[in-house]
Design a protein around this ligand. Sequence first.
Ligand SMILES: [Zn+2]
Ligand SMILES: [Zn+2]
Length: 250
Amino acid sequence: MAMDIRQLFGQVAGKALDVLVPPQCPLCDAIVVAQGGFCADCLKTLRFIAEPCCDQCAMPFDHLLPIKICEQCAIAPPRFARARAALMYDAGSRGLVLGLKYGNRMETAVTLAPLMARAGAPLLAQTDLVVPVPLHPRRLRARGYNQAVLLARALTSRTGHRMLPDALRRLVDTPPLADLSAEARARTVATAFAVRPRHLGAVRGALVLLVNDVLTSGATSNACADALIAAGAAAVFVLAAARAGHGPEE
Ligand SMILES: [Zn+2]
Ligand SMILES: [Zn+2]
């Protein structure tokens, strides 16, 4: 019953918000019909990742062969068991992701959460615990928020999963990985993460879903998965808002 009242209140509050602040497209600020919805033009620029994609790294397949794992994962399996992402990280979605990360567009997390819930449904069905990729305290102080925590919070408020925003901590303030090769990325973040001792009990034996904004080379997700597995996690899944391709920019 309490849930019904909250839902009703949420709907009433949502309608009141629509009157006070007409819903705008998160990408171009055009007026749209519902909060969090995209305008038709921006929607066309977004590439949603749907199956078939690699079950382990979420890279979309451009074929319909009955293969679950991509060649790259077969050669060098990631430390996480499965991954999904809502969107391709490209010219269409970049503004959305960077706005959330650097532009103080924190409401974007609420827009992305339902897309992530849909893409990550096969993982969420098995997940015991949701954990966001942490920022180093120095970077958190400078930015004021961790975009992965915002995504994890918006996601779990929809799905009801248990979420521990500080289960992992970042021990090393690693430089931005964008300009590094895949090997250098892996080396840079290899020992950058650890599970906080007070959360060891929650992680031990759990199927943990790691949440991040962008899945690129997998170096950060691998390093987080290593730390979670070392702490006794049964398996680690990864759910990202966006997935980078294998192009030169990534
Ligand atoms: Zn738009
Ligand atoms: Zn793969």
